[in-house]
Design a protein around this ligand. Structure first.
Ligand code: SF4
Length: 187
């Protein structure tokens, strides 16, 4: 498909199906035509990567949108966060992780000739939107859209339930999974 010279096109980096729901709804309501890009080598296993991708396909189909999938390259992601493994969720490891995924989204947008891109990462109430923006604005064409605003997080929960989507209980990487299971053990 030729995306050149269509100013309403925007490449949307998608972390998972549930977070994509309200982000897509908002982008469409604001006149954008999103091209979905699933690029998440931060996810701990390829099985989980595929599971989350399958949920995104349901959302894409419901909205009649194209979805593109990056290859899974967890070793490269591990190199990118090397030295920060012991950081808690929300710390510097997450900044490295955001940068890793945003770089790939930027490269894909350039490859396709799409001049705008953004990310669903800002939907999560566990993620600092200002920090994501600070990283994203280093790339030409990054749109600072805070999907938490306009009740985006709660809306994503409602829409995910309506669609019967799988909602994972950890962010993605093996460290976030362990942190979540450790905290559950102490409850
Ligand atoms: S907790 Fe989430 S954002 Fe942070 S490094 Fe892990 S996968 Fe990335």
């Amino acid at each position: 498909m030729n995306y050149m010279q269509k100013d309403e096109n925007i490449l949307l980096h998608v972390c998972c199906g549930p977070c994509s729901t309200s982000s897509i709804e908002r982008l469409l309501s604001e006149g954008w035509r999103p091209v979905l890009y699933f690029s998440n080598s931060n996810i701990d296993t390829e099985e989980e990567f595929e599971k989350r991708y399958a949920e995104l396909l349901k959302v894409a189909k419901a909205n009649d949108l194209e979805v593109l999938k990056d290859h899974y390259d967890h070793p490269s992601w591990r190199s990118a966060v090397s030295g920060y493994e012991k950081e808690r969720e929300g710390g510097e490891r997450c900044s490295k992780c955001f940068a890793f995924n945003l770089e790939r989204a930027y490269m894909k947008a350039r490859e396709l000739g799409i001049t705008h891109f953004t990310t669903t990462l800002t939907v999560s109430r566990f993620k600092n939107s200002a920090r994501i923006f600070a990283i994203g604005e280093g790339y030409e064409g990054f749109e600072k859209i805070d999907f938490k605003k306009k009740d985006g997080f709660n809306r994503s929960i409602v829409l995910s339930r309506e669609m019967g989507l799988y909602r994972q209980n950890y962010c993605g990487c093996e460290f976030s999974k362990k942190e979540r299971s450790d905290s559950a053990e102490t409850v």
